[in-house]
Design a protein around this ligand. Structure first.
Ligand code: SAM
Length: 190
């Protein structure tokens, strides 16, 4: 059963789109460095107000697609208020189940949401199912031993090894942290 206590409060959406966070991550550059390119089909899971969705849309261009999924109608309304281009397709759905076709995604982007979803094993299986052969999953999330006082409760956070374990069990041949930060980590699975 979903543990809704873990879920980000949508009335606090502004925390996700403020200038400090923009400066911290510089999403267009961060995503370009990770190989997001024109024509790709990307799924932004737990997209929230669109902090990553809009730069993903810019990078994949009109020959690509960005599927922006969130459980929260409030979050999706904030995304729509930014007038995303037509190749952004919003989907309201409750993870871990993903109501999209098998083997379609070049990239599944999972930023600061894995720790909010129960059960995580089922989420990993869905990631595997929707990723096309040769496609990638990138999981960005909070470290339980992170330095800053912000972010979700430490008891909700996941160790990189836990996430890697679920992704490998789900059938990804490769799953490993590719970047480690003071507060966060980035895992690549393929
Ligand atoms: C911390 S926010 C991160 C938003 C965005 N990825 C970002 O980094 O700016 C987590 C998001 O995941 C969504 N979420 C949490 N649990 C979910 C679930 N079970 N199904 C779908 N979305 C969920 C929340 O509504 C929220 O928008």
């Amino acid at each position: 059963m979903a543990d809704h206590e873990r879920r980000f409060d949508p009335s606090r959406y502004h925390v996700l789109v403020n200038p400090q966070r923009q400066a911290r991550w510089d999403p267009p550059r961060f995503l370009r460095d990770l190989g997001v390119k024109a024509g790709q089909v990307v799924l932004d899971l737990g997209c929230g107000p669109g902090f990553w969705t809009l730069p993903l849309a810019e990078l994949v261009g009109s020959t690509g697609e960005v599927w922006a999924l969130d459980v929260s109608p409030e979050m999706l309304a904030v995304l729509q208020a930014h007038h995303p281009p037509a190749h952004v397709r919003a989907v309201q759905a409750e993870l871990p189940d993903v109501p999209l076709a098998d083997a379609r995604m070049d990239l599944v982007w999972v930023a600061f949401v894995f720790h909010e979803v129960e059960p995580p094993r089922r989420l990993a299986e869905e990631l595997r199912r929707v990723t096309r052969p040769g496609g990638r999953v990138l999981v960005l999330d909070w470290r339980p031993d992170g330095e800053s006082s912000g972010g979700p409760p430490r008891s909700h956070r996941l160790w990189p090894d836990q996430v890697v374990g679920w992704l490998r069990e789900a059938g990804f041949a490769q799953a490993e942290p590719i970047r480690e930060y003071a507060d966060d980590y980035l895992i690549l699975a393929r």
